[in-house]
Design a protein around this ligand. Sequence first.
Ligand code: SF4
Length: 249
Amino acid sequence: MSLLARVHSTESCGTLDGPGIRYIVFLQGCLMRCLYCHNRDTWDLNTGELRSVEDMLPEILSYKAFMKGSGGGVTCSGGEPLLQIPFLIEFFERLKQEGIHTCLDTNGYVRQYNDQLDRLMASTDMVMLDLKAIDDEVHKPLTKISNRYALDFARYLVRMQKRIWIRYVVVPGYTDSDEGAHLMGRFLADDLQGKVEKIDLLPYHELGSHKWAYFNDTFGLEGVKPPPRERLDAIADILRSYDITVGPY
Ligand code: SF4
């Protein structure tokens, strides 16, 4: 009998969450509390639509030609997909049987290393890992948890020889400093031995901030404006000085 996942939503032809055209499954539930979260509605661990692999597969397969023709596949995002590892194993192993590329979009908040995680990695073609800040004194107020879990997970991915893209949200007043960019550059170059394919700079934006009010919550970055282009350019230049490839932004 198929396992059931808590699914927040799906998107059939995404182009932002991994290479090529992708079918994206946003899983419900997240334990981080990022001040800038534009998916506030994905936090609750107990909501979402219960869906099985068999239930989702026919629709996914109907896009297979688009995925194949564009070098795309399926991405599991969230919320935080690694909160539902048993489902992901079944899902990704089934997709690999169908010859479909698999990508995991995660915040890396992993607290247990075990056979299950290794098994999931065996059917995961690539990982998009959000590294929110290398300085924990920035990370903790920004996400409400320590970054040591995400940094350890990044090192684990290198040991597992996974294809890795890093995502770095540039938030004015938090992660837009030269110092933060140097820390990121050094972490990627030294701790991860330069074994990331690229880093994407994601300028902070206010889209999705309205969702917080729905949950009687206060958006923590009210009034903060997106970073100017010159700030992104400066951060990109610093990262390139560590021989890191920066994606278009
Ligand atoms: S990890 Fe993603 S979903 Fe979770 S709080 Fe942060 S931005 Fe939101």
